[in-house]
Design a protein around this ligand. Structure first.
Ligand SMILES: Cc1cc2nc3c(=O)[nH]c(=O)nc-3n(C[C@H](O)[C@H](O)[C@H](O)COP(=O)(O)OP(=O)(O)OC[C@H]3O[C@@H](n4cnc5c(N)ncnc54)[C@H](O)[C@@H]3O)c2cc1C
Length: 517
């Protein structure tokens, strides 16, 4: 059923394209207005500077994108993305060890943010009633009866349509704000008579630095892995600042890797020579050795645009009819947990589902949408803040009291590492953990589950009494071992390929071991 003549999507990035796919069935025409000219090939653009940094696409996001654009995942893989099981494909250093490799419930698709976005764009181009207008700047909203119960957004002011320089008004029955963190929509609404949507924030001063590299054509035997991650140390005593860094060698299409280091509040290297110096100070020397083998193909990119920030449209008594907000424009997260694209695509699916039972898109519709979106975002927000609230330097409305900061600071890494170790021996805890990480279960549900609590306690007992099935890990000063553990037995890496054909695991194990080159 048509809910109107035209829906306008403000912004054509991940949230914008997902929103366009979500509303296409319900309006005669969908117009996406994007300020950038979007190149066909893989190039960074001004409006999405974060494309220079690694983007993990969580399973729930991958599924949501697939719901909106059937075949999305297959197209992404066809275009060169790598489908792998991180527990097999990654050399992962946590606590003070390389953790043992083994199969686990979670798989991931690794690709550059550029490819994730380009594949979405190709899918969107196949939706007949969607038109993307590039080089068009959204400059304001046209509204009627601002702030009143029946007030609504009726159109969008845009500059650049048909190459013109004048502001033009385009009427719309529904406007979706996906302009990202810098969206001015809430200010435009205030100017039109609505109260300011309250803003919640917590910025723990996270800085990401990334550089792109080509992998060497010949890999040494020690490089069996596809991804390498070195988590911040759990040591609360004095230590070099580099031990607090979160470090990644993140595989993407085209035999390339993104080397990234992130920290909470520390100064980070910005020049190429400092970058290389710093990778050698990472607490696992294999990290620096691997980077040294690669060929740099970009400069060092730096971002501090990582604070958690949420605009609470759900608290407005009478939100404007004809408007919803999706993506970073409503809620941006510290990228550490990789939630942004997945929460945006989940919110787009929610929008599609709400539209499918709606009879119009008035203020009541917006209120209902924002209320349901709130439930979805609350869980993700709680997870995003859990660690950031432990930092004294954090700024914003959601700073924790000092006692909670100290507690979070002391226990969060050891607790995270303990949960992670338990997942390697307890399939039930592993499934909960994978579901929480992938935004399929709330962290509160997981930590309140008696089964999970019992699993964590039992694993603590096993560790204390040396009864774990797997070793706790191996020396991080050595190369990460390639052996795979199954049923408490150690197998040389090759044997992991003997998983029966037709099971998903076989594919992932093959890819992970094939990462030798
Ligand atoms: C360093 C970093 C790492 C990240 N890592 C991950 C990760 O691992 N996994 C993950 O899921 N997420 C990650 N994210 C978050 C992710 O990038 C965003 O959540 C995601 O891109 C959704 O963004 P969006 O579409 O809402 O906004 P954006 O991507 O910011 O897009 C906004 C769009 O609006 C356009 N625009 C802006 N103003 C105007 C205007 N006036 N007129 C017209 N167009 C306009 C811009 O050009 C742009 O195309 C990361 C973010 C950062 C900063």
């Amino acid at each position: 059923m048509s809910l109107g003549k035209r829906a306008i999507i403000l912004g054509g990035s991940v949230a914008g394209m997902c929103a366009a796919g979500a509303v296409a069935d319900f309006f005669d025409e969908v117009l996406v207005l994007e300020r950038d000219i979007i190149p066909d090939d893989a190039e960074h653009r001004r409006g999405v500077p974060q494309s220079k940094h690694p983007h993990f696409l969580l399973n729930s996001g991958r599924r949501a994108m697939g719901e909106l654009f059937p075949g999305y995942e297959e197209s992404l893989i066809d275009a060169g993305a790598l489908h792998m099981m991180p527990s097999l494909a990654a050399a992962h250093c946590e606590g003070s060890v390389w953790v043992p490799r083994k199969e686990a419930p979670m798989t991931m698709v690794y690709a550059s943010r550029l490819l994730i976005e380009r594949t979405l764009r190709q899918k969107l181009a196949q939706v007949p009633n969607v038109r993307v207008e590039e080089a068009v700047t959204v400059a304001g909203l046209e509204c009627a009866d601002g702030g009143r119960p029946d007030g609504r957004v009726t159109g969008v002011w845009a500059v650049g349509l048909d190459g013109g320089r004048e502001k033009q008004l385009i009427e719309a029955d529904l406007v979706v704000d996906t302009l990202g963190r810098g969206s001015a929509v809430s200010d435009w609404l205030v100017a039109a008579g609505w109260p300011q949507a309250p803003v919640q924030s917590l910025d723990a001063g996270v800085t990401y630095v990334s550089q792109w590299f080509q992998k060497p054509a010949e890999l040494p035997d020690s490089w069996w892995w596809a991804q390498m991650s070195v988590m911040p140390t759990a040591d609360t005593g004095p230590h070099p600042i580099e031990h607090d860094f979160l470090c990644q060698i993140f595989p993407i299409e085209g035999d390339r890797v993104l080397v990234t280091m992130g920290s909470w509040g520390h100064p980070m290297p910005r020049k190429e020579d400092e970058f290389i110096e710093t990778v050698h100070k990472v607490r696992a020397p294999a990290f620096g050795r691997a980077v040294e083998l690669c060929e740099p193909i970009s400069q060092v990119f730096v971002t501090k645009s990582t604070g958690n920030r949420r605009r609470r449209y759900d608290t407005l008594e009478n939100p404007p009819g004809g408007l919803v907000v999706v993506g970073d424009a409503v809620c941006g997260f510290n990228p550490f947990y990789a939630q942004g694209m997945s929460s945006a695509s989940k919110c787009a699916v929610l929008l599609r589902d709400k539209l499918s039972t709606a009879t119009n898109v008035d203020s009541t519709f917006s209120k209902d949408y924002f209320a349901s979106q709130r439930q979805l975002l609350d869980d993700i927000w709680t997870l995003a803040l859990a660690r950031d609230q432990g930092y004294e330097n954090a700024e914003g409305t959601d700073i924790a009291p000092r006692w909670r900061q100290r507690l979070a600071n002391r226990v969060s890494w050891p607790l995270f590492n303990h949960i992670s170790a338990t997942t390697r021996e307890d399939a039930v805890v592993a499934q909960h953990f994978a579901d929480v990480f992938n935004l399929d279960e709330s962290v509160t549900t997981m930590v309140k589950s008696p089964r999970v609590l019992a699993g964590l306690a039992w694993h603590a007992v096993k560790r204390a009494t040396n009864r774990t099935k797997l070793p706790l890990g191996s020396d991080l000063r050595q190369d990460p071992p390639s052996d795979i553990w199954r049923d408490g037995e150690r197998h040389p890496a090759g044997q992991a390929l003997a998983i029966p054909r037709g099971t998903a695991q076989e594919e992932f194990a093959t890819v992970s071991v094939a990462a030798r080159g």
